[in-house]
Write a protein that binds this ligand. Structure first.
Ligand code: RP5
Length: 158
């Protein structure tokens, strides 16, 4: 059970680090690489072909004209989660639309701009379909989150 994380540039590393931290919390193995769809297409094709035996889920991280998730999705039938990155003067809206607006037949499950944490959680949920131990960890995560919110004291006095 492994997740392949592919970023379009080393400048996307901050988002990759968030994903890695969350996957580690759930005890999920990962491999993180920088392989741009535009700048290193052949390497990307090669990587996806070899990685899909070991990785059940792919996560793409890319900004600007973010075609990385779409290209990965074209190369594999494994689920692809796309994280659009805010790395341009358009504040990530360019990357969001480039990632989410896939033609029918080739989906990329797109999370929020810079939404690395949710990408990791979604990957965990996909893997948990066939892993009861991971399913239990996700239940615990949800329950801790609910408890934290329930215990948040917010006293407003006017
Ligand atoms: C995309 O363009 C990358 O994913 C990155 O978010 C953005 C800028 O890349 P660099 O010019 O910093 O390498 O391909």
């Amino acid at each position: 059970m492994r997740v392949s994380i592919i970023m379009g540039s080393i400048s996307d590393r901050e988002i990759a680090d968030k994903i890695v931290a969350k996957l580690m919390e759930f005890g999920i193995e990962y491999e993180a690489k920088v392989i741009s769809a535009h700048r290193a297409l052949k390497e990307l094709q090669e990587y996806v072909k070899n990685a899909e035996d070991e990785s059940q889920v792919f996560i793409s991280i890319a900004g600007k004209a973010a075609h990385l998730g779409g290209v990965i999705a074209a190369l594999t039938t494994r689920p692809v989660i796309g994280v659009p990155v805010k790395s341009s003067t358009l504040d990530g809206l360019d990357a969001l639309l480039s990632t989410v607006q896939m033609p029918s037949g080739v989906p990329v499950a797109t999370v929020a701009i810079n939404g690395g944490e949710n990408a990791a959680i979604l990957a965990a949920e996909i893997l948990a379909i066939s892993d009861d131990n991971l399913k239990e960890k996700l239940r615990q995560f949800r329950s801790d989150m609910s408890e934290k919110i329930a215990n948040t004291e917010y006293i407003y006095e006017g």
